[in-house]
Design a binder for this molecule. Structure first.
Ligand code: ZN
Length: 354
């Protein structure tokens, strides 16, 4: 606590400013006064809160600053006046001289000996999950080597050859799902999320080299899709996916006929809500639609090309509606369909729906 003092300050303020400063003080707006040498700081709470500080020399107000509009113009505002009233006048409803002394935590920690510090830390760890995560993140990174060896063993035992049968894929599915489950649980921080992503990417890449027998094809696709929860978790924890992870996972989320798989929809929606994922997702779908419409407009049925294009443009539009894209964002992609008539028609329909 500091003693109330006589400070002359009133002649530095306009009368009206002085009065509203006094009212602020009397309403208890001046809080959290701190002092250092001859400088006093406080938070002045009102409809808005401002940070004010004044300098006192030899019993006189010298100058001050405040975060309010007047203060920014360098004028002496009501908040400075309120603080000065708080320093000079008794508030009958508060302890005399109510400067609150901020505890010096640094000094407190320095004063503890090792054992005290340890027991304090153990206690803190019991209730503070963030502290635990910070320690894990810094000192116990996800063991990538362990997972690399695990993947290697699975692949060696499940599919020693490039060509895989349905039975092998099913075994692979079982083994990799166990690994994925553990890996997903380990993803708790942005740090472990990066390592988890890397591991997931690695497995996916390795699987993509496998040549499934005809009947095993759809099972392998299913297996690939089981990576989505891991990527989803990583996305939730770190709010971003690496570009390579995105390019691996996007093709898994949308099938050959441009329909999003229902289990991947939350993932896609999350992607579209992030700046890094949004563009990538949009151009991925756009390119896919373009490719599909080109592929299906060649050959004997080429003459129906116009209609096929229209179909895919409509599908594309549905996607963009679903993910809340604005027309200006996808204009260039629509334009690459090079059929102005269809583009005009579909974008008109889009605007109608929007
Ligand atoms: Zn002010």
């Amino acid at each position: 606590m500091i003693k109330k003092q006589n400070i002359s300050f009133k002649k530095s303020f306009d009368k009206a400013v002085l009065e509203s400063g006094k009212a602020l003080f009397e309403n208890g707006a001046v809080t959290n006064i701190k002092v250092k040498d001859n400088m006093y700081k406080a938070d002045i709470k009102g409809v808005k809160s401002f940070r004010s500080q004044v300098t006192i020399e030899k019993g006189s107000f010298v100058n001050g600053s405040c975060s309010c509009e007047l203060g920014k113009e360098g004028k002496n505002c009501q908040h400075l006046a309120a603080l000065l009233y708080a320093l000079t006048q008794d508030d009958p409803y508060r302890p005399n001289g109510y400067v609150f002394k901020e505890p010096d935590i640094q000094a407190f920690i320095n004063s503890l000996d090792k054992n005290e510090l340890l027991s304090w830390l153990k206690e803190a760890l019991k209730s503070d999950g963030t502290l635990k995560e910070k320690i894990k993140e810094k000192h116990f990174p996800l063991d990538e080597e362990y997972y690399a060896l695990w993947i290697k063993r699975i692949l060696e035992n499940c599919c020693p050859e490039e060509t895989v049968t349905l039975e092998q894929v099913k075994e692979l599915q079982l083994r990799i799902n166990i690994l994925l489950k553990e890996l997903t649980n380990q993803v708790t921080s942005p740090y472990s999320s990066k390592a988890g992503l890397k591991t997931g990417e690695e497995i996916l890449k390795k699987i993509s080299f496998l040549k499934p027998e005809e009947e095993a094809k759809s099972s392998l696709t299913l297996l690939e899709r089981s990576f989505i929860p891991l990527f989803e978790k990583c996305l939730a924890v770190s709010q971003e996916l690496t570009p390579s992870a995105l390019s691996l996972v996007l093709p898994l989320s949308i099938d050959e006929d441009m329909n999003p798989s229902s289990e991947c929809l939350p993932f896609l929606l999350k992607c579209s809500s992030l700046e890094s994922g949004r563009k990538k997702l949009m151009s991925f779908i756009g390119q896919k639609a373009l490719k599909l419409s080109k592929k299906r407009t060649t050959g004997k049925k080429a003459f129906t090309g116009k209609f096929v294009q229209e179909d895919y443009l409509k599908k594309l539009m549905d996607f963009y509606l679903l993910f809340g894209y604005e027309e200006k964002e996808f204009r260039s992609i629509f334009a690459s369909f090079k059929n102005k008539e269809i583009y005009k028609k579909t974008s008109y329909q889009y605007r109608q729906k929007y």
